[in-house]
Design a binder for this molecule. Structure first.
Ligand code: PEP
Ligand code: MG
Length: 586
């Protein structure tokens, strides 16, 4: 008997953004929908196909009626009326007739016929000039997603995987990410993105390998293909052969042995050689990460990005939010948890809030602007945070502030919430730490004004870099220009640190720049004594801190502030890092 030819190994090279290696089958996510295959059908089975569609429509109707019932109970009938449109779309007889026609004439499965038809309707709606009608595309999209899921036989809200998978996609927005069944995800392989795109940030938080800029993989790979994802070398290897697998096994064993050395001391305090405490915190997005945070050696949660919980359940009530936040607070007490209020907008879009497409979402209705514009949402969150704060130590931090006025407005809303809760007889803490993120150049330039109004500042360099250099953090065409050591960025950091010091308040950094071990000497030299990073980086960062001397770091910071080239600045910092902890770069 002739055995089938072995599958050919094929390698793609991209950009490594999160360490680790995974070997598994892939699940290819196409666009925002899981695009169905264009499967042909047996002649004479058209009626069966349509029966499948009717069944899926019936389950979807039930699901929507249930949502409508819950919504009416919690928010009144006016809000629940939005679902009427959804039900009308499901019952539309023209859509049914057109789907049936496609199935019959093209002899394709009903999944494909319905999907294609609905995509056509969405495109048509999106092109309309009437705002109200244009916004209806979201209703069609929502209904289509639900029907497609039921056609595939999925019962839950999130794409389900039967087995652990590596997710392959063109791009993965934060809302895509929250909908994945993360317990089965072993890694991300994406055609686009960067080290500071949220998919990469989440991969690092969840300690999963991720590679971006793997151009063309969505066309070449199919769900079920076996690959090896190398999050350190930036490779995706399809059909890895025995030799490749053996090489990676060896490499993994060596890496584990090296890592163990740093991990041993992860729970010890991070003091520099000269005894200065540098608080090393963790960044987190999901409740399920709290166990990893606890185990990582983190001294606090320096940034909890609350918008991910929101995207997971946009209709969460104040009680549900308070319960979720309390879980986080209790799991870390007595350590501090800094909750950042919703930073929706930009790439973290709740489509129901910002239905009007924005020409420049990153310069648009994002972060504190959106919260101040949607006080119902903002107050619900702040009240929930205040209720959770009695269970431990909480900081509340406002994102994307462009100046002190927004901080004052946000604080006023927070005070109103505290007064309301007290009047209702609900326990709130006497004092709560309030912080502002410095991630817009105008905020850094007026950091002294902001520092006078808050208890701490936190540098969000992922955005600070993009807004200072005018380089989109997600656009790989301009990725080379995204330079953390650009002199302008360093000056803004130095200015913010000085403002905080003068005001006598805490100042830290929670952008990805804080986890770049090459830059740790420079960050400490610039006066930062709180660094919040992905959990996977905590043991290594603490190891680096323990080997540094503040005086040497300050001398470095003084020297680089007169340098002109980002590359030169990086290499000067690397020289200090190499002198003190070369083992971290082996
Ligand atoms: C930042 O901008 O550095 C930051 C921490 O916020 P995010 O990455 O969520 O925009
Ligand atoms: Mg930011």
């Amino acid at each position: 008997m002739i055995s089938p030819a072995p599958l050919q190994e094929k390698t793609w090279t991209g950009t490594a953004v999160s360490d680790g290696v995974a070997h598994a089958v892939v699940h290819v996510l196409k666009d925002h929908f899981d695009e169905p295959d264009e499967d042909s059908i047996e002649p004479g089975t058209e009626a069966q196909q349509m029966e499948r569609l009717h069944a899926a429509l019936a389950v979807t109707s039930k699901e929507i009626e249930e949502l409508q019932r819950v919504m009416a109970g919690e928010h009144g009938s006016a809000e629940s009326e939005i679902f009427e449109t959804h039900l009308l779309i499901l019952q539309d007889s023209t859509i049914l007739k057109q789907t049936e026609k496609i199935v019959r004439e093209q002899q394709v499965c009903v999944d494909w016929a319905y999907y294609k038809l609905m995509c056509k309707h969405m495109d048509a709606l999106r092109g309309l000039s009437d705002t109200y009608l244009r916004e209806r595309f979201l209703d069609v999209k929502d209904v289509t997603q639900r029907v497609m899921r039921h056609l595939r036989g999925e019962l839950l809200d999130h794409p389900m995987f039967d087995e652990p998978v590596i997710v392959v996609a063109h791009d993965l927005t934060p809302s895509d990410t929250v909908q994945l069944d993360r317990s089965k995800v072993l890694g991300f392989a994406l055609e686009t993105g960067s080290a500071v795109s949220h998919a990469a940030i989440i991969a690092r938080s969840l300690a999963l390998p991720a590679v971006v800029r793997l151009h063309g993989i969505c066309d070449d790979l199919h769900s079920g293909d076996t690959v090896l994802l190398d999050g350190e070398g930036g490779l995706l290897i399809q059909n890895p052969n025995a030799e490749t697998l053996a090489r990676y096994r060896l490499r993994e064993e060596q890496a584990e042995r090296r890592e163990d050395v740093f991990q041993v001391e992860r729970h010890k305090p991070s003091l520099t050689r000269c005894g200065t405490a540098i608080c090393v915190g963790a960044n987190a997005e999901f409740i399920e990460e709290m166990k990893i945070v606890e185990d990582s050696g983190a001294e606090e949660v320096g940034l909890f990005r609350t918008e991910f919980l929101h995207l997971e359940n946009p209709d969460a009530t104040e009680d549900q939010l308070a319960a979720a936040y309390s879980k986080v607070v209790k799991s870390q007490a007595p350590k501090r948890v800094v909750f950042r209020t919703l930073d929706l907008g930009g790439d973290k879009v709740d489509e129901r809030l910002a239905v009007e497409p924005e020409p420049n979402p990153f310069l648009g209705w994002r972060g504190i602007r959106l919260s101040l514009g949607r006080q119902d949402l903002f107050k619900r969150q702040l009240r929930a945070l205040l209720r959770a704060a009695v269970h431990g130590r909480v900081g509340i931090m406002f994102p994307m502030v462009s100046g002190v006025q927004e901080v004052l407005e946000a604080k006023a809303v927070l005070n109103d919430c505290a007064d309301e809760l007290t009047a209702e007889g609900v326990d709130v803490p006497d004092e709560i730490e309030i912080g502002a993120m410095i991630e817009i150049p105008s905020a850094a330039l007026s950091a002294d004004l902001i520092a006078a109004e808050v208890d701490f500042l936190s540098l969000g360099t992922n955005d600070l870099i993009q807004y200072t250099i005018a380089v989109d953090r997600l656009n790989d065409r301009v990725a080379k220009l995204y330079q953390p050591t650009h002199p302008a960025v360093l000056r803004l950091i130095a200015m913010s640190v000085k403002a905080a010091r003068t005001a006598g308040i805490r100042v830290g950094m929670c952008g990805e720049m804080a986890s770049d071990l090459t830059l740790t000497p420079l960050m400490i030299g610039l006066g930062l004594n709180e660094l919040s990073v992905a959990t996977t980086q905590i043991a290594r960062l603490k190891h680096a801190v323990r080997r540094l001397n503040v005086q040497e770091c300050e001398a470095l910071a003084n020297a680089v502030l007169t340098c002109t080239s980002p590359a030169e600045i990086r290499s000067l910092s690397r020289a200090v890092a190499d002198r003190n902890y070369p083992e971290l770069f082996e």
